[in-house]
Design a binder for this molecule. Structure first.
Ligand SMILES: C[S@@+](CC[C@H](N)C(=O)[O-])C[C@H]1O[C@@H](n2cnc3c(N)ncnc32)[C@H](O)[C@@H]1O
Length: 466
């Protein structure tokens, strides 16, 4: 039996932990956790979530059958999520859909006598463009009068980030990357203008009232559970609260309509035959071997991700423009596409590990092993705009992937000229085709290359040396 190891990100729940082996994910339960799960697993709310796919498919197994002994008394196996992503790599619509899923599952559970322990987007993953709840250990018996333990967390990790974007036009991703606990109530109160904070305006009651309640209880000996039971906090009251939250969450809009790269799809800049020949080159390169995972860096509208998806199991499509990714996500969602995962990632600043010991949520380079990476019409942006030398970029690609499809715009390419307009003369003289080929050949063996008919770009399919 292949050995399985505890996931370094799974330690916060004292009653269950996740173990990962080669192609296997196991959630194991302690005696107390197993007793919770036994009592709720057959409930309608859970069974429906399993049937619809809102909750990850789960097979109950004997811990010994997956190599686990004490203290684990029960276990379930789950399919492997093809690529784990985090809320700070999601766009507005992705976080909004994740929030709606969290509320949907929690509402159905609460009225069914099932409690949901927390409300964190880290319990949700995207399978392509489909959000799925992956923490089967989140459910427990709900005792009469129990509050919704995830309420504050829901506000801090879903609602406030969405408000930040929708009401203030500020992206939430940097703040979520800065803190695994999300945006605190205090911070949110300070950020929102007072005109939006008045409780009579309704929509922000959650920011104000909750903050006030939290402050009151934080340093007191008041037993919140008893208080909640006394004040008649029954399932209907919680359900009404969550219903209200659903309407707030769904009413927040992204706002942004255009961005630097949002109109790129028209591709008016391509000389007519260039796009066709580039697509053919990419198709031939990806299709030349079976691929489990492809990364498309600087994917924009995903035109090349789609080609890759037709010849591989799964594509992670990344771009540094959140609006572009938001649109791609909504298009893929409308198609029910589960093969392309769109992510908001700036490769020049993708972040390292965050959370406990910097290992709880590993950086993007430690979360997947692409068989082939596509970097099409993107390296000049990283080199000239963000000053990441070509040699460093190629080092990164060599460490990341055994195969690479990479497009190099020449020094006389119109976009390269444009990017250089406001740069000091001479500082990017090493950005040229000869130097690029020299650096590429040091690290990769070129299998094929093609000069695009624009005459100012060359595309390469290369295999890592050694
Ligand atoms: C010229 S478009 C290329 C789109 C597509 N790959 C193609 O070949 O047609 C460049 C894309 O790269 C993205 N981009 C630029 N810098 C990036 C970075 N540091 N990390 C990820 N994407 C980046 C831009 O947002 C833009 O969508």
């Amino acid at each position: 039996m292949a050995s399985i190891l505890q996931d370094p990100g799974s330690f916060r729940d004292p009653l269950s932990k996740v173990f990962v082996g080669d192609g296997t994910v196991v959630r194991a339960f302690t005696e107390m956790g197993a007793s919770d799960i036994d009592k709720v697993w057959k409930k309608k709310s859970i069974q429906r979530a399993l049937e619809s796919g809102d909750l990850i498919s789960s097979t109950i197994v004997e811990p010994a059958s997956v190599g686990l002994g004490a203290p684990w008394v029960s276990a379930m196996t789950h399919p492997l999520v093809p690529f784990i992503s985090y809320p700070y790599e999601w766009t507005f619509s992705m976080l909004q859909d994740a929030a709606m899923l969290q509320l949907k599952l929690t509402r159905a559970a609460v009225v069914d006598g099932v409690g949901v322990k927390d409300a964190t987007p880290y319990n949700i993953q995207f399978i392509g463009s489909r959000a799925q709840f992956i923490d089967a250990g989140s459910f427990e018996v709900r005792k009469k009068g129990d509050p919704w333990y995830g309420y504050q967390q829901f506000c801090e990790m879903f609602l406030y980030p969405l408000m930040l974007q929708g009401y203030l036009g500020v992206g939430f991703q940097q703040m979520l990357r800065g803190s695994v606990n999300g945006i605190s109530i205090d911070t949110m109160r300070k950020l929102l203008p007072s005109s939006l904070r008045h409780p009579r305006k309704g929509r922000l009651t959650h920011v104000v009232l909750h903050a006030a309640a939290q402050k009151r209880y934080a340093d007191s000996n008041v037993d919140m559970k008893k208080q909640a039971a006394k004040s008649g906090l029954n399932a209907q009251v919680l359900d009404a609260t969550m219903k209200k939250l659903e309407s707030i969450v769904s009413s927040i809009n992204l706002g942004d309509k255009t961005s630097t790269w949002s109109e790129y799809s028209e591709r008016g800049h391509y000389i007519e035959s260039s796009l066709d020949e580039k697509q053919k080159f990419v198709r031939d390169a990806v299709a030349s071997a079976p691929r489990k995972q492809v990364w498309d860096i600087g994917c924009n509208d995903g035109i090349f991700s789609r080609i890759a998806a037709a010849h591989s199991d799964y594509v992670v499509a990344m771009d540094a423009d959140p609006l572009v990714i938001d649109r791609l996500y909504n298009t893929l969602k409308a198609e029910k596409n589960e093969k392309i995962l769109p992510l908001y990632v700036d490769l020049t600043d993708s972040g390292g590990g965050v959370g406990w010991r910097g290992q709880e949520r590993p950086g993007i380079f430690n979360r997947g092993k692409p068989d082939i990476v596509m970097a099409l019409a993107v390296i000049h942006h990283m080199a000239i705009t963000f000053h990441v030398p070509l040699a460093s970029q190629l080092d990164m690609f060599r460490d990341l992937t055994p195969e690479l499809i990479i497009e190099m715009p020449h020094a006389d390419d119109p976009m390269v000229r444009k990017l250089l307009t406001n740069k000091r003369d001479g500082i990017h003289d090493d950005f040229n085709l000869d130097e690029f080929e020299r650096l590429l050949n040091e690290r990769f063996t070129v299998k094929s290359k093609m000069l695009l008919s624009s005459g100012t770009r060359t595309i390469f399919h290369a295999v890592r040396k050694g």
